[in-house]
Design a protein around this ligand. Structure first.
Ligand code: SF4
Length: 374
């Protein structure tokens, strides 16, 4: 290969940039803006959620909270209600906390310095870099799950990418591959290209290598190891825990309790929880002073957390009598709410599933409490 030829070979970045112009996503609602707040919100929502799911949530969020000040003056409940259904609520809580901090410490102006950005709750190195690239055109490397996958495959990097040693290697790679300078907005396009490629071409299952701008360089493709890379998370046995969630129904309303701020589902509205060892009827009498009657059985629901699996035994119950105190007492941490409205507040994903099953059982029966309307 002569020198001239070598010199004309497009770099990794150049290939991606060219591909992004033609095949990337260029009309997402958080694009074509330099507003760091709008970019920040989108990056947080996109952390564990796909673009197509994020879009309506993002639009609604920006409509309610168009800037840092409005977000900072909202209550965390209002923020979580808008987050309801997106999952990973700590993202919403952190967003709110960070907005309050910026309002107070930075006079409501999103920080310009990446070191400061990275210190905000909920923002790691990759998210800070994405914000700096999109909002300020800074030359910063991102490395989210999608990018790790692309790099692991393209450069044939073995080992689980979440492991410190491999991650360090991937970060090095990410830094090396950056466009040399940010001319003509190339940093923004390059950063977007990496995200787009991971989300639309180099997907986890069935990547579309024929449409990939990196197919000539890709080591995984060359060695026929696309399905082996990146290496999966090493399996460690996760303990299984069990719990009972009470679905107390009264005149079409269900009882929700607010979880304490710490622990699983912190700050979310949840069905009351009861230890599996207890008797449901006795527990309701003792705990709520209610007389209850079991409704049709619902099968257990399994939910996986990072560190354990939870088997949830739902217990739908018709409330027959209850102390009037629960009716009148103003309680901040418990409420009766219709199923429709319950789906609009911040509830954990499995509770959402249970309420939806309960509201419209797949068996084609009437909703359970309707069966009891004599
Ligand atoms: S060629 Fe296939 S495996 Fe390699 S980077 Fe492209 S899409 Fe991913």
């Amino acid at each position: 290969m002569d020198f001239h030829h070598f010199h004309c070979m497009p770099t990794f970045a150049a290939k991606l940039i060219r591909w992004q112009k033609l095949h990337g996503r260029n009309h997402l609602p958080w694009q074509n803006t330099r507003d760091p707040y709008a970019i920040w919100v989108s990056e947080i929502m996109l952390q564990q959620t796909q673009v197509i799911t994020v879009v309506p949530y993002y639009l609604r969020f920006l409509q309610c909270f168009p800037d840092i000040k409005s977000l900072a003056t909202a209550s965390v409940d209002e923020v979580l209600a808008l987050w309801s259904g997106l999952g990973y609520y700590s993202r919403g809580r952190n967003l709110h906390r960070a907005a309050c901090f910026i309002a107070e410490a930075h006079n409501g102006i999103f920080p310009r310095d990446i070191e400061v950005i990275q210190e905000l709750p909920g923002i790691g190195r990759s998210t800070a870099a994405a914000i700096a690239a999109f909002a300020y055109g800074e030359r910063r490397a991102i490395l989210d799950g999608n990018v790790k996958r692309v790099f692991a495959r393209c450069f044939g990097i073995d080992g689980y990418p979440g492991k410190k040693r491999n991650e360090t290697l991937l970060w090095q790679k990410a830094e090396e591959l950056l466009p040399e300078e940010n001319k003509r907005g190339e940093m923004e396009r390059y950063t977007q290209a990496l995200m787009d490629l991971g989300a639309t071409v180099c997907t986890r299952g069935k990547p579309r290598c024929v449409a990939c701008p990196l197919q000539q360089d890709c080591i995984a493709l060359r060695d026929n190891r696309v399905d082996k890379l990146p290496a999966p998370r090493p399996i460690r046995p996760r303990p299984q825990k069990e719990t009972v969630l009470l679905m107390l129904m009264k005149q079409g309303e269900v009882l929700l309790e607010k979880r304490p701020a710490s622990g699983i589902w912190g700050g979310l509205w949840c069905l009351p929880e009861m230890p599996v060892s207890k008797n449901v009827i006795a527990y309701c009498t003792l705990h709520f002073g209610m007389k209850v009657m079991p409704l049709a059985h619902m099968p257990p629901l399994d939910h996986a957390f990072t560190h354990f699996r939870l088997r949830i035994h739902p217990r739908p119950l018709q409330v027959l009598s209850y102390p009037s105190a629960t009716e009148t007492q103003a309680q901040d941490d418990a409420m009766w709410i219709t199923l429709d409205n319950a789906l609009k507040v911040a509830i954990p994903a499995p509770v959402r599933k249970l309420l939806m099953q309960h509201g419209c059982p797949q068996s084609g029966q009437l909703p359970l409490e309707n069966q009891l309307r004599f």
